[in-house]
Write a protein that binds this ligand. Sequence first.
Ligand SMILES: Cc1cc2nc3c(=O)[nH]c(=O)nc-3n(C[C@H](O)[C@H](O)[C@H](O)COP(=O)(O)O)c2cc1C
Ligand code: SF4
Length: 544
Amino acid sequence: MSDSVRVFVPRETSALSLGADEIAASIVAVGVGRRLDIDLVRNGSWGMSWLEPLVEVVADGKRIAYGPVTADDVAGLFDAGFLSGGDHPLKLGPTSEIPYLRNQDRWTFRRCGLIEPLSVADYRTNGGFDGLENALRLGSEWTLTEVRDSGLRGRGGAGFPTGIKWRTVADAPADQKYIACNADEGDSGTFSDRMLMEGDPFTLIEGMLIAGFAVGANKGYVYLRSEYPLARSVFSKALSVARDSGWLGRDIQGSGFDFDIDLHLGAGSYVCGEETAMLESLEGKAGLIRYKPPLPAIEGLFGKPTVVNNVVTLASVPEILARGAAEYAGLGTGRSKGTLAFQLAGNIKRGGLVEKAFGLSLRELIEDWGGGTSSGRALRAVQVGGPLGAYFPAELLDTPLDYEAFVQAGGMIGHGGVVVFDDRVDMAEQARFAMEFCAVESCGKCTPCRIGSVRGVEVIDRIIANEDRAANMALLKDLCDTMVDGSLCAMGGMTPFPVRSAVQYFPGDFARDFERDFGKDLENAFEKDLVDGTAVPPKAGVNP
Ligand SMILES: Cc1cc2nc3c(=O)[nH]c(=O)nc-3n(C[C@H](O)[C@H](O)[C@H](O)COP(=O)(O)O)c2cc1C
Ligand code: SF4
């Protein structure tokens, strides 16, 4: 096959939804018809979703990109000589030179899009398993120290320091310990876990192996959301390939270290992404929140010490151990070290995944990478951090993307999802949606969340309908306070964040006929303390 031309067509959920399979089939068919020798590779996505399906060819040793391609474009691409990098209106030039990609700090996602996801050889050639080899050679103490010194914090939501979590499990005396990977990815506008599992699954396997080696666990579970059938298929195959090639199972690469991984599917509950509900679900029970303490690090899965980490957290570790903690810690700002894979979604021109060191502003992310709204209209609100994140108005766009700065501004970075809304959004409806989402997804274990969210929807409905609005605004404030103070977990405890921010920054949406009906009084009813003194998420950082 030495004269064959390599052509890459992603097998990734968003590319598939846009016809990538048809394009791949068409490329093969035209190639056969024209007696051309094509080596078709199904890679993952580089994360430039607005260019999907992004087709690449290797010409003069470089990957040249074309996109977004449709099946109808394929014959024209052949006519234009795309197999040797020929000019065509869809030609984007060398993939690595596309500014969206070139200006990122690709660390965790550096192989995503680049490699053939199920090829161990490709993975190895591109630095795969180097981190694990260093860990096995230098020992678990070295590994724990490196992870601590890297400053890595959990990418699932709470931003808890990973090194401290791992140390707690390593020090817990037990005959059995577990690694539980949280791949439930329920936050609105997020897809980084999925993209990694579809495009570079061995990185997650390697991260789990390192975690197991560091803390003394020989068994791992991945809790994957059921809405990700492709991630399920790719990751299951990756587990088999890893086992067959000696990178999973007994005596990994002759090191004496045993570790295996089971893949478990969730059943579509948002709250099962909360770590204790996830553990309940993994044990085969209903996904109810557990009281803490005990922390999962002490008594987790089946009552044993358990590392619960997000996909991206675990997948960041191999490169940290390959390149060294100092290099990772040198990226970012303040206590937000390293990089985060931000995900741009909603009303945004260039949606996709952007891995950048912490510290850039929300504005840079949305304007420089995202290109502003896809509608071309003015941006009105941004929700960062999933359905429990606050809505920021355009005036807060200069907030730096770092955990502490975001909390100080009343928001949270969470899993890095950024959902953009233009000036047509109705923020009273968004506030209602936050309460309704909580009512639907509540696990029901505690009253402020189970009942409070239902009452919250009713109160907001009355406000929107202009029924005794001032009194209902005061009631909403009270309800939010009760949910924040009295909920058992962040589901009920943080649902008030989007609600309060909508009231604070977009009061007009709750009082469209306020002037006519109430004069100045209603404005006073938006009591300032509704939003004061509550910037710190109540449960942030409490869950090692
Ligand atoms: C309601 C709720 C939903 C959550 N959903 C997820 C999720 O889908 N994925 C995730 O990694 N963490 C989720 N979390 C955070 C987890 O409880 C936990 O903090 C995280 O898995 C720990 O891993 P990390 O330290 O690597 O972030 C959720 C938390 C809450 C309160
Ligand atoms: S806050 Fe909601 S989701 Fe969390 S324990 Fe209470 S009822 Fe369950």
